[in-house]
Write a protein that binds this ligand. Structure first.
Ligand SMILES: *Cc1c(COP(=O)(O)O)cnc(C)c1O
Length: 386
């Protein structure tokens, strides 16, 4: 059976070059990077090289990159770290309703500990209005955290405008760029962010490693205490193999990024247009253009996204519903609900997310299989009137 992986916003396949970059640190280069001897020094050099690769892709200084265990830790670190460092100045945080759980649950944790959090709404296409950000700022605001690209719809937020407002008002600004870094070109300085989260496994790197960009001079409190690793920002012996993998993944992503954006957008548009031509009553979720080039989220009227996903899986095609399962019951996506999409339509949504290794043949295979499944499921649906 053909196997087609269209769930690249969940995770991506490790690039062969990344694996090659990692292997030495599981073999002969096992030294502790904090050791002074040759075994340690070699690993230290590799970590510093990886730091430069990450910084280069971001347009940052290597000294502004802190390695973490992934996007979740980077988000927790940024939000709790700023909250703890700035609580004497104020206890108000501004975020949005469509953030990743790593951001939403960090904010909720702080809310339970005396911080105030404003959750900004989004419009029907999943975008935050920068004007709402300005209006939400009060005397106690210490942090604005708004994601760059949404993982479910791919919608790209007006980050530059929000960053400008934050800068003008002198408020610390964090953005979760886990889905955008290495997928769309940007320079962190243009975004106006003090802090930015990224993760390796969303860009063909390994799982369990990421980084937090920390602009020089930003106040932050460490979360992990121990040795003097990462210049005292994050204790713990470095994940040398993972860090080398992240560095290589960033280097690969930087190579020909504008061309890869074009290629992915063309593949995604082929899928989107094919679906619109072959299947009736399909609705796009998210912004048609202000969107990651690899993401397509749409609702198929009268069928459950979950059934569609399982039936596609039986044909070797991996997609996602973008909704989280809570204790056996399927909750509709908080992102789509926040966009004002009715619950039934949320439940009928499916996310296709493409990556470096997808081909035209795979898209065409999907376009062959999908209409058949939709037809079959609709015939069984009480909602479908034909
Ligand atoms: C995947 C993801 C995360 C979490 O990153 P991990 O490295 O898996 O912890 C955070 N934010 C967004 C937007 C993501 O897509």
């Amino acid at each position: 059976m053909k196997k087609v992986y269209l769930d690249n916003n969940a995770t991506t396949a490790l690039a062969p070059e990344v694996l090659e970059a990692m292997l030495p640190f599981y073999r002969e280069e096992f030294g502790n990077p904090s050791s002074i001897h040759a075994f340690g020094r070699g690993v230290r050099v590799a970590i510093d090289e990886a730091r430069e690769e990450v910084a280069k892709l971001l347009g940052a200084e290597p000294g502004e990159v802190i390695f973490t265990s992934g996007g979740t830790e980077a988000d927790n670190f940024a939000i709790k770290g700023v909250a703890y460092a700035c609580q004497e100045y104020g206890r108000h945080i501004i975020t949005s309703t469509i953030e990743h759980p790593a951001v939403l649950n960090s904010c909720q944790y702080l809310e339970e500990r005396g911080f105030r959090v404003t959750y900004l709404p989004v419009n029907g296409q999943g975008l935050v209005d920068p004007e709402d950000v300005g209006k939400a700022i009060d005397r106690g605001t210490i942090l604005i955290t708004i994601m760059h690209a949404n993982n479910e719809t791919g919608s790209l937020q007006p980050i530059r405008e929000i960053g400008k407002i934050a800068q003008e008002r002198g408020i610390c600004f964090h953005t979760d760029a886990v889905q955008s870094m290495g997928k769309v070109p940007f320079q962190v300085k243009e975004l106006g962010a003090n802090l930015l989260s990224l993760s390796a496994h969303k860009i063909h790197g390994p799982k369990g490693v990421g980084a937090l960009y920390l602009k020089k001079g930003t106040k932050l409190h460490p979360l992990l205490h121990g040795g003097h690793h990462e210049r005292g920002w994050r204790a713990g012996t470095e994940n040398a193999a993972g860090i080398a993998g992240l560095g290589r993944a960033c280097g690969l992503a930087a190579q020909g990024l504008p061309e890869e954006v074009q290629r992915l957008a063309a593949l995604r548009d082929r899928l989107e247009q094919g679906i619109q031509e072959k299947i009736r009553q399909v609705k796009l979720n998210g912004h048609p253009t202000k969107r990651l080039p690899n993401t397509l989220n749409c609702s198929f009227w009268a069928i459950e996204g979950e059934s569609l996903m399982i039936n596609l899986d039986l044909e070797g095609i991996a997609v996602s519903t973008g909704s989280a399962c809570a204790s056996g019951s399927i909750n509709p996506s908080h992102v789509l609900l926040a966009m004002g999409i009715p619950e039934e339509i949320c439940r009928s949504s499916l996310r296709f997310s493409l990556g470096r290794f997808n081909t035209v043949e795979e898209i065409d295979y999907t376009l062959e299989v999908l209409p058949r499944i939709v037809d079959r499921l609709r015939k069984m649906s009480p909602l479908w009137k034909g």
